[in-house]
Design a protein around this ligand. Structure first.
Ligand SMILES: [Zn+2]
Ligand SMILES: [Zn+2]
Length: 388
């Protein structure tokens, strides 16, 4: 990489950290990223961009067009926070009650702004187009799709797209790069079981929705243990079960919410049918009725081999072989997968493991700020390799 780019990277180090702290203070939940998007747009404006705002509600897109022929390379960061009360003890902790950046999306946003800064300063050396995509609502899995529908990957058509996640399961200082399946396809569902309520002492006159619900929970677990190929991981989790009001009332309703995971696209497409048939069978056998609302979610994050090689080569140049690992795939889901369906690309795990070892989505998690410079540099190296 050119000497000048290195210098600019060094200069962007403190700038990126400062920006990340600003973002960390104002976490906003999915679909509510007004202040965050405004700060992103303002910063891009200061860097000389004319960003598009309000893309897919709160998305922001900036384009660096060098005016010279070359590939169109997209980088994506997500911007939303989680409904958690932060317990990090940081001086720049969340100032928003009940919202916190415990998934590190503030780091992603700051790193992408750092990338935009450094690459815009090197514009005269590049040939092609770089598009910076700031996506809302990743946690609600509803941010990527509307942005794509608004055409952010067209005109000019994106050739390669890259994304990054700060990742506590990968040691700090390392990057996790893997070709193929990295994160699972995720779907979710809302289920209502409808029975017949009555006196707790007279079950024979009722249809106990709570009891039916417990049978449904067990039966759904048997989809993964008995219907699925054990060589192909799948998960069915019921994370919420609400029923009943008093110890002596048989409830007429039970409400369940759950999620399913798989890497297999065929299984991903058929979850609805499978769940419905099991639930219908259990309910019919116990005289209950049900309403199932199934949400298809997103396909697996599967990295393109060629794009993965581009990332690996950039990481080799920048960090050396001993700082690259192949991470274990995770059953966690990510709507980065929707961008990867549109263009060759790769999603990378940026090592963020700390000694106290809190996982993502934990109220106490603290991300190491010095990794931000690595993320910015890796993005810039990828762009440099493709556009020079
Ligand atoms: Zn998350
Ligand atoms: Zn995340």
């Amino acid at each position: 990489m050119q000497q000048r780019l290195k210098k600019n990277l060094e200069a962007a180090r403190g700038w990126t950290i400062q920006l990340r702290r600003e973002l960390h203070k104002i976490p906003e939940l999915a679909q509510e990223e007004e202040k965050t998007a405004a700060l992103v747009a303002k910063t891009l404006g200061e860097l000389g961009f004319t960003p598009q705002t309000g893309v897919g509600k709160h998305g922001v897109v900036a384009t660096l067009d060098t005016g010279r022929p070359g590939p169109v390379v997209m980088f994506r960061a997500d911007m939303d926070a989680l409904p958690i009360q932060e317990e990090s003890g940081l001086p720049f902790a969340s100032t928003h009650q009940g919202a916190a950046h415990c998934c590190g999306h503030d780091c992603h946003t700051a790193m992408l702004l750092g990338t935009a800064k450094v690459l815009s300063e090197a514009k005269d050396k590049l040939s092609g187009v770089v598009r910076f995509v700031f996506q809302p609502a990743e946690e609600a899995v509803s941010g990527a799709r509307p942005m794509i529908a608004e055409g952010i990957m067209d005109s000019p058509k994106v050739d390669y797209c890259f994304g990054m996640h700060v990742w506590p399961a990968v040691p700090k200082g390392q990057v996790g790069i893997k070709s193929g399946d990295l994160m699972a396809a995720m779907s979710w569902f809302d289920l209502e079981i409808i029975g017949k309520g009555g006196h707790g002492a007279m079950p024979h006159l009722c249809v106990d929705a709570l009891e039916v619900g417990t049978q449904v929970v067990s039966a759904l677990q048997r989809i993964t243990s008995r219907q699925m190929n054990p060589m192909q991981p799948t998960v069915v989790t019921i994370g919420e079960f609400h029923a009943g009001t008093a110890m002596n009332i048989i409830p007429d309703r039970a409400e369940l919410h759950g999620t399913t995971r798989t890497f297999d696209k065929e299984v991903w497409r058929t979850w609805d049918k499978r769940l419905r048939s099991v639930i219908a069978g259990v309910c019919a056998s116990m005289g209950a009725d049900f309403k199932l609302e199934f949400h298809q979610g997103v396909p697996p994050v599967s990295n393109d081999p060629q794009a993965t090689d581009i990332v690996r080569k950039a990481a080799l140049t920048l960090l050396g072989a001993d700082r690259i690992i192949e991470p274990e795939p995770t059953m966690g889901g990510e709507d980065m997968s929707l961008f990867l369906e549109q263009a060759k690309g790769a999603f990378v795990f940026l090592g963020a493991q700390m000694e106290d070892g809190f996982p993502l989505h934990n109220p106490k998690i603290v991300f190491p700020e010095d990794i931000l410079a690595t993320g910015v540099a890796l993005n810039c190296q990828i762009a440099w390799d493709l556009l020079t």
